[in-house]
Design a protein around this ligand. Structure first.
Ligand SMILES: Nc1nc2c(ncn2[C@@H]2O[C@H](COP(=O)(O)OP(=O)(O)OP(=O)(O)O)[C@@H](O)[C@H]2O)c(=O)[nH]1
Length: 567
């Protein structure tokens, strides 16, 4: 059977995990954006600091230049102004650099332009002052004018620098505010990432746990499926064995054959169970163990009455329910729930019980198989009994219960051969009822039948166990006595004769006169070297007994010598 590979089921947490992954990505992107933003702001902050630094440097240098100019004007010292003037190029490039840092048209750009103009003006002025000085030296007029110009220029310079400073500082303040917002956004995004990551971890944990559970469950289901498959396989095998059991039981000729076949089957089908097959005796008052298997502990009973077993009383597999009252034949210590009693039934008759006992509660399949087995056994036992009946019927005479003519004739031949082989004798006795025709006429033919039956019983009870008695013809009987000598045979014949004549015939409770019989007797091989010859000698002796007046015994030895025994 092809097994389909189970597809991994989509977890209900997958959409949530996907959503959380998206959110985590988003929050990471936000953090990345914030970092990028912070980097840009940092660049601006560095620039603004540089602006402040440059502006202050320019201011310092221009103030120094103004001081040098004043020194020249007041004291005629030119060196500081020369040194200050030499820095003119550097001051110009710094002022230009400041200018390019600002967006054109912005307020700071305007301030930078003013600063650049002031730098140009200051440097040009210093140049002019120096060239004047070289020519004429400072005069009181230029001094007064120079003081005024320097003061005005420094005022403008301070105002421009202050404007630049406050612009840069407000920019830095804005940066600080943005940094605070950024911190909040970053913290929120970080917290969100943390929460999302925790959620994802929790989801992954639950996912892993449910996956592990699912795998465990899958494993459990696989084990259950395997178990179910094994059970189904065992069931198929059991059914197969049941069918085979039927075939094996069919040719059984005895209970021993059935027991042998059953023992082998039980070891395979009910390996976990001990048990026994019980059959009901013909008397129907006792059930006897025929075969057992396993090592039942406690041991099973050998014998019990049919009333002790609920299965036999009710004709159903027992116990029908876990709480059914236990059978009385169970040995002490047996758990009644672990037992199966399956009745053996055929043609509506209960013939016995198949008893099983194990260490576990039997399941429905085991109970069904036990009953199916019991049914097969019932049929086999019924078949055996039928065969036995047929065999009995084929050798027995139904009216008298003695062997029939065919059997007694073949027994005569067989016993003669055996006697010859063992050089022993065989006594042949023929018994014929006297005036039986009259008895029939007096009491009816049915009464004659009843009389024949009673004569049969007398014969059966009077002969030795090793002797054979049969109905030879209508009212004639034959008794064979292996290894008997003449005197023993005569004694037995006499016993028979007396038993017949002393037993009144019972006709359904009404007793009528006893019958008598005439008996002829011969000894093989003494009175005939062949069975037929000896039989003929016996018949002649019987005829002699009839002729001599009946109710007597004549042996072939005495044939023609008159009666031998008569009361
Ligand atoms: N009721 C009954 N009668 C039987 C049976 N078999 C034979 N008989 C009768 O037995 C009688 C035998 O009669 P006979 O051969 O004349 O012999 P008998 O009357 O016994 O007389 P003797 O043998 O000469 O003493 C016949 O009437 C048969 O009908 C039987 O199975 N049942």
């Amino acid at each position: 059977m092809a097994k389909s590979t189970p597809s991994t089921p989509r977890s209900p947490r997958t959409p949530a995990l996907l959503l959380l992954s998206g959110l985590l990505l988003l929050s990471l992107l936000v953090q990345l954006g914030v970092a990028w933003w912070a980097r840009a702001d940092q660049r601006i902050s560095v620039e603004q600091s540089a602006v402040l630094q440059d502006a202050l440097w320019v201011r310092g240098e221009l103030h120094a230049m103004a001081a040098a100019e004043t020194l020249w004007l007041t004291q005629g010292v030119a060196d500081p102004l020369v040194r200050a003037q030499r820095k003119g190029t550097e001051l110009l490039s710094t002022a230009e650099r400041l200018l390019v840092r600002f967006e054109q048209g912005s307020a700071q750009s305007g301030h930078a332009k003013q600063l650049l103009a002031l730098v140009q003006e200051s440097t040009e002025r210093a140049q002019e002052v120096l060239s004047d000085a070289r020519q004429a030296g400072p005069s009181s007029g230029t001094l007064a004018m120079g003081h005024g110009l320097i003061a005005a220029r420094l005022d403008r310079l301070d105002s421009v620098i202050n404007a630049l400073q406050s612009g840069a500082q407000s920019e830095l303040r804005a940066l600080d505010e943005r940094a605070a917002s950024r911190f909040l956004i970053s913290a929120a995004a970080g917290l969100a990432s943390l929460i999302i990551a925790s959620l994802m971890l929790a989801l992954l944990y639950f996912e892993a746990r449910s996956r592990a559970r699912a795998e465990h469950e899958q494993g459990r289901l696989a084990a259950l499926t395997e178990q179910a498959e094994r059970r189904a396989q065992k069931r198929e095998q059991d059914i197969q064995r049941l069918a085979e059991l039927g075939d094996q039981l069919r040719p059984a000729k005895s209970i021993e054959d059935i027991a042998e076949v059953l023992g082998a089957t039980m070891r395979n089908v009910f390996a976990q169970f001990d048990g026994a097959l019980y059959l009901q005796a013909p008397s129907r008052n006792v059930v006897r163990r025929q075969v057992g298997w396993g090592k039942p502990n406690p041991p099973l009973e050998d014998l019990f009455t049919p009333e002790d077993c609920w299965a036999m009383r009710r004709g159903v597999c027992y116990p029908t329910e876990p709480h059914s009252p236990p059978c009385r034949h169970l040995a002490e210590g047996t758990n009644p729930k672990h037992v199966i009693c399956a009745p053996l039934m055929a043609t509506g008759e209960i013939m016995g019980v198949l008893h099983l006992s194990g260490s576990m509660l039997p399941d429905l399949h085991e109970r069904r198989i036990a009953q199916a087995l019991a049914d097969q056994l019932g049929l086999a036992v019924a078949n055996l009994r039928l065969q036995e009946n047929l065999r009995v019927q084929s050798v027995r005479d139904m009216a008298t219960g003695l062997y029939n003519r065919r059997y007694i004739e073949s027994a005569l031949l067989r016993e003669c051969l055996r006697a010859r082989r063992s050089q022993q004798t065989l006594a042949i006795i023929l018994i014929d009822l006297d005036r039986f025709k009259d008895f029939n006429e007096r009491h009816s033919h049915e009464a004659g039948d009843a009389a024949l039956g009673q004569i049969g019983s007398i014969l059966n009870q009077t002969i030795r166990p090793e002797d054979l008695a049969g109905r030879y013809s209508g009212e004639k009987f034959m008794v064979l006595m292996p290894e008997a000598d003449l005197s023993t045979a005569m004694d037995r014949a006499e016993l028979l004769r007396r038993a017949v004549r002393s037993t009144p015939i019972d006709l359904h409770g009404r007793r009528v006169e006893a019958l008598t019989c005439s008996i002829g007797l011969a000894l093989f091989p003494l009175h005939g070297s062949e069975p037929a010859l000896c039989l003929r000698a016996t018949e002649r002796a019987l005829a002699e007994a009839k002729k001599d007046g009946r109710d007597r015994i004549v042996s072939a030895e005495d044939e023609g010598a008159g009666k031998v025994a008569q009361s």
